[in-house]
Design a protein around this ligand. Sequence first.
Ligand code: NAD
Ligand code: DAU
Length: 352
Amino acid sequence: MNNLLVTGGCGFIGANFVRFLFEEAGFQGRVVNADLLTYAGNPLSLADIEAANPERYVFRRADICDRAAMERIMDEFQIDAVAHFAAESHVDRSIVAPDTFVRTNVLGTQTLLDLCRRRMDRLEVFHHVSTDEVYGTLGEEGYFLETTPYAPSSPYSASKAASDHLVRAYHHTYGLPVTISNCSNNYGPYQFPEKLVPLMILNAIEGKPLPVYGDGRNVRDWLHVADHCRAVWAIMTRGRRGETYNVGGRSERRNLEVVGRIIDLVEQLCPALPSGPRRDLITFVKDRPGHDWRYAIDCTKLESELGWSPRETFDSGMEDTVRWYLAHRDWVESVRTGEYTRWIEAHYGKRA
Ligand code: NAD
Ligand code: DAU
């Protein structure tokens, strides 16, 4: 791989992945980051990487659904590998506006696949970053395996499932060298504060209500984003083409436990609030429609075939994350645009 296209590199996981390529992976080629810069994309997340690597890091603002624009990028930079992160990623937004999710996640992915298929002679790998949500929901028992049948339940997960099927179909039909990862919930630096972890961290710091959906007993399997990036790289470089690998932290927590841990960390690291303990900020709000009960990943295949295992524990990773948000108020302010304020008001205003 000499010229790696990262789509969605200004989003949460994409930006962490680009940082990982420069800071940890030892990748010596060029990284081309194509991102539309929707509300979720922030070039500030990579400003230092861009300044330090003018020869090896290129940013292009582009829509993955725009075939001509993506074709120009693929040919100008002789792209020979793709790490595809770009997507609409927030379940609650997919419930409000599913059409954007179908456009970007399904049509955008198909556009990239088609461009890659026409450049197969030089393409090493198309890695598709997907989610455990394609498998639907679990009860109290069991785990998602790579062979678990797809049963997506939100417009977001349905659009990701459709994109996974297209990636598989391009491998099966045209022999495109693809790999797919289906990962559990990520947390860590640079996550947009619409998602549970950064929303709770910032609200706890600022003494605002902590909105927990339903009874807060839903379970997610939490993985630090750096461990996800290591998994994606292991799969891209050493994974079998045409294969899917599940990625997870073996770190299941009920939402209330996650919020409780965040509160404890913020109480340790910040001054006490005059209004009283932060636990009192927990506010139970109307549940998410169709809220999946539990996700849990069996990542034995990734561990045994590629020797991957997470380095961060839930406690170490969560402390690192709270400290990061406390130290990066400039980044936080840069994402709190008018759009962010509108979302928070519209979404939580009518839930209380
Ligand atoms: P994010 O919302 O933080 O970032 C998405 C990025 O894609 C943004 O920079 C945005 O500007 C860009 N983008 C959106 N539409 C685009 C378009 N049409 N063209 C080009 N760029 C576009 O998302 P994330 O949390 O970083 O997720 C990245 C990927 O990982 C997604 O595919 C998501 O489904 C998957 N995933 C996320 C998680 C998680 O916990 N966040 C877990 C498993 C899988
Ligand atoms: O499992 C992987 C998926 O994890 C990714 O594919 C998605 O892109 C990512 O957004 C995430 O989806 P979730 O819906 O699980 O994440 P979210 O942070 O939105 O919510 C986590 C849990 O917390 C979920 O059970 C809903 C709940 N929640 C969320 C928010 C935003 C609350 O209780 N209150 C909230 O305000």
